[in-house]
Design a protein around this ligand. Structure first.
Ligand SMILES: [Fe+2]
Length: 201
């Protein structure tokens, strides 16, 4: 049943967090996690998460934990509360058909916590995630596929499984998935954890 899949994904996320100093240094694992029993909400992208994951090869020392979390998220994909956040005017119809995110842990997550927020995001190949910003800091971890990450004041980098990227509070950033989709696990910290990002004007 799906509750087991949620528990397996949470366990995989905790092992992934413990295996990667970039994540464990960003924020300790929360000790207030409780099951929130949120309803699932389908989105068009959830099939793509399972059928078009992109490359999973990871060259980091935490490769096995990265793959385990990617597989746990893939198994969980049909059961989560997918969110799209943006409007067709902001991102276009193709984007909304091949993008989605959900909150695994956090103030409005499948697992409730007020100490941390952990989300998962998926973008199909060729999608451009426009410049945006938000108050909380976010630490991206790539689980599968690859994309070009751009952030104001920094070099644009292509990130692959196991790589991380930190976005500072209110630092504008954008992302382009070129020839691969991308699946990301994102940690958030700071003020405004429940706020939606703002697209740049
Ligand atoms: Fe962001």
């Amino acid at each position: 049943m799906s509750r087991e899949l949620f528990d397996q994904a949470l366990q995989a996320a905790q092992s992934f967090h413990a295996s990667n100093p970039a994540l464990s240094g960003f924020q300790p694992w929360p000790d207030d996690i409780t099951w929130a029993d949120r309803a699932s909400m389908p989105a068009p992208c959830m099939d793509l998460v399972q059928t078009q994951a992109g490359d999973t090869a990871c060259t980091h020392s935490h490769a096995s934990e990265t793959l385990a979390l990617q597989q746990a998220i893939t198994a969980l994909a049909p059961h989560v509360e997918w969110r799209l956040t943006y409007t067709e005017e902001e991102v276009g119809v193709d984007f909304l058909g091949r993008f989605g995110w959900f909150e695994l842990v956090g103030p409005t997550g499948h697992f409730h916590s007020t100490q941390a927020r952990m989300t998962v995001g998926y973008w199909g190949d060729g999608l451009y995630y426009p410049w945006h910003e938000h108050e909380p800091e976010e630490l991206y971890s790539i689980l599968s596929g690859r994309a070009e990450f751009a952030a104001e004041g920094e070099d644009t980098l292509t990130l692959r499984p196991g790589d991380t990227r930190l976005h500072a509070s209110l630092q504008p950033h954008a992302m382009t998935a070129t020839d691969q989709p991308i699946l990301c696990f994102v940690l958030w910290r700071g003020e405004g954890l429940a706020d939606d990002p703002r697209m740049a004007a």
